[in-house]
Design a protein around this ligand. Sequence first.
Ligand code: NAD
Ligand code: DAU
Length: 359
Amino acid sequence: MKQFRETIAVTGGAGFIGSHLVKRLVKNYPDKLIVNIDALTYAGNLENLKEIESMPNYVFEKADICDPEAIREIFARHRPDGVIHLAAESHVDRSIADPLAFVRTNVIGTINLLQAARELWESMPERYEGKKFHHVSTDEVYGALEPGDGLLFEETTRYQPHSPYSASKASSDHFVRAWHDTYGMPTLVTNCSNNYGPNQFPEKLIPLFINNIRNRRPLPVYGKGENIRDWLYVEDHASALDKVYHEGAPGSTYNIGGNNEWRNIDLVKELIRVVDSELGNPEGTSLDLITYVTDRKGHDLRYAIDASKIERELGWTPATDFPEGLRKTVRWYLDNSEWLENVTSGAYADYYERMYRNR
Ligand code: NAD
Ligand code: DAU
């Protein structure tokens, strides 16, 4: 008799969003085995999973999704009923510096997983019955909107990626849909806006700036700070992924967003206000750290998600309001300086020094 009712393989479960999702699934579904497959790149950190690592329904497998043999072997051993695929190179600036790494992980890695899942599921008597491949993607595949044009990205918005990162994610989305259309694999694609929250690697805007404020370092605002992003608390993304994986219609796409647009410069000032208040500094203390620097190449002006489909069809809406989420996030980074030290030392230190420390 099977010990667990279902086995779900989560890729990238040691990263920022993946670790929140893994914790949620392990805790909420004791009758499902969660197999976390992660290569532990600079962005993967098993410390993120401490609270669930000894739970009986959790297993960690260190593997590179670009290694077909390793993935095939893990799939043969665990025989997952579903895959939730988050493993990726996720940082736009890195994709501008080293695009091929993004093609390798985000495109080739995704195809390897699709092939391994197809091989396993087509060898089973029930084939694709009860199986699911959920690909976690980004709103950046839709390109950019104009500030004030009132438009939002919908599931039917045409793809127009600009950065090597978004081009690689767009490509992987197309491959996932191709496996649905060609082989009949039950696939799901979700496209989400910018996440923030605990455990995000301090190369992304919010954790980088919290860390820099804490250390009285410059805050490098790209261009004039007029770019707009739609921010969602990471646990809300995890709850949306849980919902879509369990209740989404196979073959469908769902947009996920926070309905929470901020101009970068306004967000940075709000962040400074919250960090200064949590540090007990007089209001405005850290405003002098704002430093305008050369803009990101091909910097998309505005992202904004229409998340009405997931609300209408699956009843999902974000639970965390932005002031609450931002304060919790700031508090977490201030209380977990050891985590920050750990992830910014070692292999990452050189890159961190070059990119951020002296700006
Ligand atoms: P992250 O960079 O924090 O984590 C990525 C994880 O993938 C790490 O644990 C890393 O070790 C692992 N990984 C990388 N390459 C791998 C490989 N070759 N084999 C196995 N594991 C590998 O990323 P994140 O911000 O948590 O994003 C997770 C997913 O969500 C990505 O697919 C990303 O495109 C998507 N996404 C992110 C955001 C966001 O705001 N961060 C928003 C929308 C969608
Ligand atoms: O929209 C979803 C995407 O959000 C995800 O798919 C990506 O994985 C994730 O990294 C994020 O991409 P962004 O490029 O929007 O996030 P980032 O935190 O790098 O930047 C947010 C905004 O802040 C963006 O307009 C660039 C700007 N920025 C960023 C950094 C790191 C700065 O002005 N200065 C900085 O130092």
